[in-house]
Design a protein around this ligand. Sequence first.
Ligand code: SIN
Length: 477
Amino acid sequence: MQAIQALLQHPDIRFEPFSGSLTVDNPATGDTVAYVRTVSAEGVHQAIARAQTAQKRWASKTALERADILWQWYHAVCGHKETLARLMTMEQGKSLNESRGEIDYAASFIRWFAEQSRRSDGDVLTPLKHTQRMLVVKQAIGVTAAITPWNFPSAMITRKAAPALAAGCAMLVKPASKTPLSAYALAILAYGAGVPQDAFAVVCGHAGHIADAFAENPVVRKISFTGSTEVGREIFRNSAQHIKKLSLELGGNAPFIVFDDADLDKAAEGLIASKFRNSGQTCVCTNRVYVQAGIYQEFAQKVAEKAGSLKLGNGLETGVQQGPLIDRKALSKVEEHIADALAKGAVCLSGGKRSSLGGTFFEPTVLTEANDDMAIAREETFGPVAPLFRFDTEAEVIARANHTEFGLAAYLFTRDTARQWRVGEALEYGMVGINTGLISNEAAPFGGIKASGLGREGSRYGIEEYLEMKYLCIDIA
Ligand code: SIN
């Protein structure tokens, strides 16, 4: 705790209650970790005005100067990995191993975009006349804003802020109220590296008021949001007035398809990784598991054994693999989905109930005999429940997998190369994992289609979200 308090030296954070602050609690123990100042809508508008001034100075640096600062930030994050990971486990609940993994993941975006900042190349086009020259240049979009979720308190910030800063934009970040400390810790390290404070400001407070201020203020030219489809729709609507550029990384309902020619051990490992990462609380977590009839029982047994052996507990304790759910609302949704499934014919092979640890701990659960009438087939559970659906043919499973408004991530396991291509192309999703349950990394374009959102984060495409293309036509006659 000493290292954490030493790192969190920021006027917005205190370790005793103060007026106008929000409380950050540890979901594993219920203890309060810290108190964080909240801002009013007026305070957000003031921060936007300061960001506007800071952005001009930041954009006037060369790409190489910005890259050097991002590299410093990357090294600072790596140097504080253990402190940042412990802080994340304390405010979010995930196991320390997962937090360490997330800090690596968060740092990877800073490194990646430090490299990419030098490559925002434009183009020289073939002119239509001898007397004409036609060029395309890329310019920073200006002041941008990010609204980030509690499930990845660090990586979802760096995946947005690193490309924004690399491109020459300023960014205001509104972190989730449950996990603001990781955001502040990243910002403090960024300032130490040379990022101007007003070019990368953290604002905490009422989510609706802050989101409205971002949408209403014409100075903010782009909003990047990760969260629910419901809130994404509202941000989309509210941003219409000023026609803001948007990146929306919204809900998912990921299918995980296991064909009868798959390597079943590998598929079971892949499912555990995809389903139980962060206790099932990721947008790309498997939600529906489709298993071909001939291997259904064998695969179900393998998965139930692995899920049953996952160790639950306070993420700071050695060997713990699964932390608590974020809050009671999350717990209720998991319970509702299980109760609905059991009432409609599902069979519980493993877990199925709250853990004896109490609080919001829930046993990793495997259900068989799931069917398409169950709520779990349509809605994202966002918890540690793997429902196994039976299927017979390839055409049938493609149709069932695509039968959802969402289109974020999908997974398939088969040894047949032609089928990998055929099914991979037929799935209506932004990302498809083939013979793997883990697809996220900094080089990959992360994002979805349909109600799962707009735009891509990470990868060489990610920086484009923070750049405007400008066409220059020069008459040289
Ligand atoms: C998310 O759940 O929103 C992000 C997951 C990831 O980056 O893998």
